[in-house]
Design a protein around this ligand. Structure first.
Ligand code: SF4
Length: 283
């Protein structure tokens, strides 16, 4: 590898992301293996993570897949799936790894990483999990299940879903994806009466979701604002000239939404009932 050289290596791996730093790390790592490890890859976890470009995940993948050690490498898919499904309930990668080692039976540890990665890559995808066809749907604790009962194709994407717009952080109360309508559905929950500025904010969220998340084949996103109380006149004036499909409480999932969208969505009463069930459980 050293005689091959960093520049030649770069050319060979230029189709993958971060190829510059990867090539640099591979050359640096090769040098260390020759000089300090007698040209052999170490089998000790701490030695592995001391090598350039080798983190916890890579070290665990090597130990697990290369040497058959019962470890569990946590990448973005393993982290998302194991926490979504309810195998563990952790906030960071390290704790997820530790908790998974406690709950996954030892006899499955050799393959658990691959199963979780493949499930995350092809079924339990970050933006649009395929809950309707998922073979572990009955075992999964993900909140989307209760929303699936509301209407066919209604899939939960996230709660307090983070958006980075112009280097500022925004959080959507609830984000769904409708598998039949092929569009995102943004829901904002307000525990007070409706204010005209809520519609402006929803308009902003819809633009951001359409710009940042929407695939070119998706339909424009739909917004629903749920308020505790509403003044019909105020709502009428606020939404009258809005061009984006925004619905407000039960009386105004109307003019801005095409008929097929209205019938495919759960009613506001159904949503409110489900949301109050969730908040009761969280208390
Ligand atoms: S039911 Fe949905 S959230 Fe749960 S594992 Fe399957 S795809 Fe993921």
């Amino acid at each position: 590898m050293l005689s091959f050289g960093q520049n030649e290596l770069k050319k060979c791996i230029s189709s993958i992301g971060l190829y510059n730093s990867k090539a640099k790390n591979i050359i640096g790592l090769s040098k260390i293996l020759i000089e300090q490890y007698n040209s052999k890859v170490p089998t000790d976890f701490d030695d592995l993570v001391s090598l350039p470009g080798v983190g916890r995940k890579s070290a665990n993948v090597f130990l697990n897949s290369g040497l058959g050690v019962p470890t569990l490498a946590v990448d973005t898919h393993v982290f998302r799936v194991s926490n979504r499904v309810g195998l563990v309930k952790e906030k960071d990668v390290f704790k997820t790894e530790q908790s998974l080692l406690n709950v996954v039976p030892k006899k499955y540890l050799l393959y658990a990483h691959h199963w979780l990665v493949l499930h995350g890559r092809y079924v339990c995808k970050a933006q649009k999990p395929s809950c309707e066809t998922c073979i572990i749907h009955d075992l999964c604790e993900f909140e989307c299940k209760r929303f699936l009962e509301l209407g066919e194709g209604f899939a939960f994407v996230g709660r307090q879903f983070h958006l980075d717009v112009g280097d500022e952080d925004f959080y959507i109360d609830l984000l769904f994806y409708h598998l039949k309508l092929r569009c995102f559905i943004v829901i904002e929950l307000k525990d007070n009466k409706f204010k005209p500025e809520y519609a402006g904010k929803m308009n902003f969220y819809l633009s951001a979701v359409d710009n940042l998340l929407k695939h070119s084949t998706d339909q424009p996103s739909i917004g629903l604002i749920l308020c505790k109380s509403k003044n019909n006149v105020l709502a009428e004036y606020t939404l009258r000239d809005m061009t984006k499909p925004i619905g407000l409480a039960e009386y105004r999932i109307t003019e801005n939404l095409p008929e097929n969208i209205k019938t495919a969505l759960p009613t506001i009463e159904e949503l409110e009932a489900e949301l109050s069930k969730i908040s009761d459980e969280e208390k």
